[in-house]
Design a protein around this ligand. Structure first.
Ligand SMILES: NC(=O)c1ccc[n+]([C@@H]2O[C@H](COP(=O)([O-])OP(=O)(O)OC[C@H]3O[C@@H](n4cnc5c(N)ncnc54)[C@H](O)[C@@H]3O)[C@@H](O)[C@H]2O)c1
Length: 277
């Protein structure tokens, strides 16, 4: 059994991952943390019919928990500020981690990567763990390579509770397209368009637009608009529910459990799914 600790157990993603973990015969949920619902039975929070005997703990208890229990893998779906602190603690203790939280800073990613290698604690970091999105990440650069003279605009839509914008997924799409075109994303990205004179640079090598829409309970839509003279292509992914994302986290837990500690690095969902050539 893979011993798993869940961070962000009361969140939309944490609840789903928690239920799948409790119901999975290969996984033993050994700890659950959140800043809310402290002391409540985790199974009751996540909607599992099998009580797991694990209660939600406050993150202040994480250090002592890690000293007493040695989880194999931690899963973090919290907020960036919390994930950055928690993940450094986990790497310091040599615990493998699946990090779904988005909006992580470059500075954190550098520090985390060096700790992971130093402490032989491989991790999966992924802005989007859905299978379809990761196939989308593979195909988008191919389309862009044929259409680099066209204008490329990335449009994402999410629920109104989402904290970061644009989404981590939209940033990954923009990055893989920029890489395919041989340009630096920071040189060509145009995040939103303000009111006023705002003429677009023509062609994706000069400008890639990235636009965020927030509303209601939209789980996550990502569209790449390739607009050329007299025609356009729209390449779109829509998540109908968070199940595809939570299932991706469970697959990542099982993948990491098998990764040799000597091969410690940050893995992507593409690697988890075997989509790398
Ligand atoms: N990688 C993916 O596939 C994927 C999919 C969906 C969401 N996300 C990202 O995952 C994160 C969580 O998304 P969500 O929709 O579940 O958000 P949410 O707001 O529903 O849940 C976040 C949870 O984290 C808890 N939390 C806050 N600080 C904490 C701390 N210090 N320790 C432990 N728990 C803490 C909150 O109380 C809340 O229950 C976001 O960054 C989101 O963008 C990633």
């Amino acid at each position: 059994m893979i011993k798993v600790v869940l961070l962000g157990a009361n969140g939309s993603m944490g609840k789903l991952v928690g239920r799948l973990a409790i119901d999975d015969p290969e996984i033993d949920l050994v700890g659950a943390f959140d800043v809310n619902e402290i002391g409540r039975e985790c199974a009751a929070i996540v909607g599992s019919s099998s009580p797991c005997g694990i209660v939600i703990q406050h993150p202040d208890e994480l250090d002592s928990f890690l000293q007493n229990v040695a989880p194999d893998v931690a899963v973090d779906f919290t907020i960036a500020e919390a994930a950055e602190k928690n993940c450094i603690k986990l790497a310091d203790k040599g615990i493998k981690s699946v990090v779904g939280t988005t909006g992580l800073s470059e500075q954190f990613l550098k520090e985390f990567e060096s700790k992971i290698v130093q402490n032989k604690a491989p991790a999966v970091i992924s802005s989007n763990m859905a299978t379809g999105v990761n196939i989308f990440f593979k195909i988008a650069p191919l389309l862009a390579s044929y259409l680099e003279d066209w204008d490329i605009e990335i449009i994402e839509a999410h629920h109104h509770r989402k904290r970061d914008s644009p989404s981590g997924t939209a940033l990954t799409i923009a990055k893989v397209i920029a890489d395919a075109l041989g340009v630096k994303l920071e040189d060509v990205a145009k995040f939103g368009r303000d009111k006023g004179p705002n003429k677009r640079e023509v062609g994706a090598k000069k400008e890639i637009g990235v636009h965020a829409i927030r509303g209601g309970d939209i789980v996550g839509d990502h569209t790449i608009l390739f607009a050329g003279p007299g025609e356009r292509i729209e390449f779109k992914h829509q998540a109908h529910s968070r199940e595809c994302l939570a299932n991706g986290a469970i697959t990542a837990i099982k993948f990491l459990n098998k990764v040799d500690r000597e091969d410690a690095k940050i893995y992507t969902t593409q690697e988890v799914l075997g989509l790398i050539d």
